[in-house]
Design a binder for this molecule. Structure first.
Ligand SMILES: Cc1cc2nc3c(=O)[nH]c(=O)nc-3n(C[C@H](O)[C@H](O)[C@H](O)COP(=O)(O)OP(=O)(O)OC[C@H]3O[C@@H](n4cnc5c(N)ncnc54)[C@H](O)[C@@H]3O)c2cc1C
Length: 314
């Protein structure tokens, strides 16, 4: 298919993803909701934690570690932020009581960052306290560039009182060069991603060789220090390069993991696991799947055809 057309589709989907009016319209329209949900199902753990836990258990049995996120971002009221916190506490309790090999991931704007930094910090603190009772790792996601400062500040502050908290860094942002130096001083896991959000011009690199080299540069620094890290990309050529680094630096298997989103390039992760590398599947669940679906289609527009197929087949 024409590359320019794919790029147009991708840009359109990213804009649709961020448009709150479109999102509200789709989520409130039962026909559209149910139709698009058929496409989303391939990427989500389910509507509920219980459904997701069943999938996590199955993947644990297959030898994969898992990450669980209750989907949502940009929570606008304190009540909703606190409801999200309660759900994350339930995830921690389920992981502990059911002995799952799983960690928790979250967007800070889901637990109140867009409302107040204090509200977010208090909610995060409560989640980390519960997680600590089961030695469960919490990894904070990277959001859009307007929130990067607040997300990193919260991460640095929470790291002063809790262990087992990690952060996601987006290699495509120019500022990550400095942010990386600040967070690598802390012990928490650093999850390296390329970056999913549209940014204002001048703040980020587009996909391509330069970004891939930058990404590899960050991973090399982490692996050479045996710093806890997650190689969170579906890019097979990067995964292959990282494998070589792991050998060169004789990296301990408890300090790194390859991590993929559920439903994406599953065979690649399976192969990595079969070769003996720690491999992790990232599950999201809940009803706020609209932005997530748009991002998965936008980053690989050929998925649009699969989505149409899922919609028509179901
Ligand atoms: C565990 C995890 C956590 C993440 N957390 C965040 C976060 O907190 N903040 C954030 O901004 N981003 C996050 N992302 C998304 C990330 O930033 C990228 O947008 C996403 O992973 C696509 O980039 P990539 O490096 O996988 O591959 P790309 O460079 O986009 O593509 C390279 C190749 O990977 C494969 N591929 C990539 N995407 C898909 C897809 N959707 N379907 C099928 N194949 C695909 C294709 O073969 C493609 O040619 C996360 C990703 C992962 C895996």
């Amino acid at each position: 298919m024409d590359e320019a057309l794919l790029k147009q589709i991708s840009t359109g989907l990213r804009k649709a993803a961020l448009n709150q009016e479109t999102k509200a319209y789709i989520l409130s329209n039962p026909i559209l909701f149910n139709t698009l949900k058929k496409a989303a199902d391939r990427y989500i753990g389910g509507d509920t934690l219980t459904e997701t836990i069943d999938k996590v258990k199955a993947q644990n049995k297959n030898g994969f570690k898992c990450s669980i996120e209750f989907m949502g971002e940009s929570t606008r009221t304190e009540e909703h932020a606190n409801e999200a916190r309660i759900e994350f506490l339930e995830i921690c309790k389920a992981i502990k009581s059911q002995g799952l090999n799983a960690t928790v991931s979250l967007d800070l704007s889901h637990i109140g960052l867009s409302i107040s930094e204090d509200l977010c910090f208090n909610n995060l603190d409560l989640i980390c306290r519960e997680a600590a009772t089961g030695d469960i790792e919490i990894i904070i996601s990277a959001e859009d560039t307007e929130r990067t400062d607040a997300v990193l500040k919260t991460y640095i502050d929470i790291s002063k009182i809790h262990q087992h908290v990690g952060i996601t860094l987006q290699a495509y942002l120019f500022r990550t060069k400095d942010d990386f130096e600040n967070v690598v001083k802390l012990n928490g896991r650093i999850r390296m991603v390329k970056g999913a959000f549209e940014t204002p011009s001048g703040l980020s690199l587009s996909r391509g060789e330069e970004l891939d080299n930058l990404y590899l540069g960050y991973v090399k620094k982490l692996l050479s220090k045996n710093h806890l890290c997650s190689i969170a990309t579906h890019d097979q050529s990067i995964q292959q390069e990282v494998k070589k680094m792991i050998q060169i630096y004789n990296v301990k298997s408890n300090s790194y993991e390859f991590e993929s989103l559920f439903g994406i390039q599953t065979q690649q992760l399976q192969d990595l696991k079969d070769e003996g590398h720690p491999a992790k599947i990232y599950f999201v669940y809940g009803k706020e799947w609209y932005l997530y679906l748009c991002n998965r289609l936008a980053e690989y527009p050929l998925n649009v055809f699969q989505a149409l197929n899922d919609i028509l087949r179901a």
